[in-house]
Design a protein around this ligand. Structure first.
Ligand code: ATP
Length: 211
């Protein structure tokens, strides 16, 4: 099984690429969705968040108080603290899903995560794919997708690191400055290239065998 991590700035086109790979049979895990799920579903994590950020982090019915946590994380500079609680739990679940996909005979496993390369290149992936697009294109696309004011999208962009600095950690760069059709075409091409090469060095596969 080929394992892939895909990353890129907000609105770069990661999910669109993953949707193409999904159609081709890849098993895709979206780290953001997984984090949201675990922040309400994993009782140990829920307790850790409550004790670090206070009971206001959750509503009475157990739903996550996103607005409160976002303001703690971003307005009060506690994003790293929150990430340190959530990241290991998400990481473990990604590894579980990866093992399951391998046992089930999947050809390719993909994790989509904006923070994929924050601590360097994770050694569980055979390939790292970066999706890029110009800032103003991303701004327009995300504003339209989310119906969000441009200032909000800009604020989200400013919190992200510069992906140009991470190019050396990536095996494939898909630049998405053209049409959706072109992005989809490139996604399919990169998929076949990765499958054709197989697990690159064997290191990531070896590591998985030990999970
Ligand atoms: P996020 O970081 O917010 O999760 P993302 O990187 O997954 O975003 P997508 O959701 O794939 O990005 O793309 C953002 C929006 O831009 C979507 O509505 C998508 O349909 C649109 N889009 C992506 N690429 C293009 C393109 N080349 N031309 C026009 N629209 C595009």
């Amino acid at each position: 099984m080929v394992t892939v991590g895909i990353t890129g700035g907000i609105g770069s086109g990661k999910s669109t690429v993953c949707a193409e790979w999904d159609k081709l049979g890849a098993v895709i895990v979206y780290a953001d969705d997984l984090a949201k799920e675990l922040m309400v579903g994993d009782q140990e994590l829920v307790e850790e968040i409550r004790s670090a950020f206070g009971s206001e982090s959750y509503f009475a019915d157990g739903a996550l108080n996103r607005e409160f946590l976002a303001s703690e994380a971003f307005a009060r500079g506690r994003a790293d603290e929150l990430n340190k609680l959530v990241h290991p739990v998400v990481s473990k679940r990604v590894r579980d899903r990866m093992s399951r996909a391998e046992k089930e005979g999947a050809d390719m496993f993909v994790e989509e995560a904006a923070l994929l390369l924050d601590k360097g290149r994770p050694d569980i992936f055979d390939y790292i794919v970066l999706v890029t697009a110009g800032k103003s294109l991303r701004l327009d696309r995300v504003s339209e997708r989310d119906g969000a004011p441009a200032e909000d999208v800009m604020a989200r962009m400013k919190r992200q690191r510069c992906f140009d600095e991470l190019l050396h950690l990536c095996d494939f760069v898909i630049s998405n400055d053209s049409s959706l059709a072109e992005l989809r075409r490139e996604a399919v091409e990169v998929y076949h290239q990765m499958k054709g090469k197989g697990p690159e060095s064997g290191a990531a596969s070896q590591e998985r065998a030990e999970l």
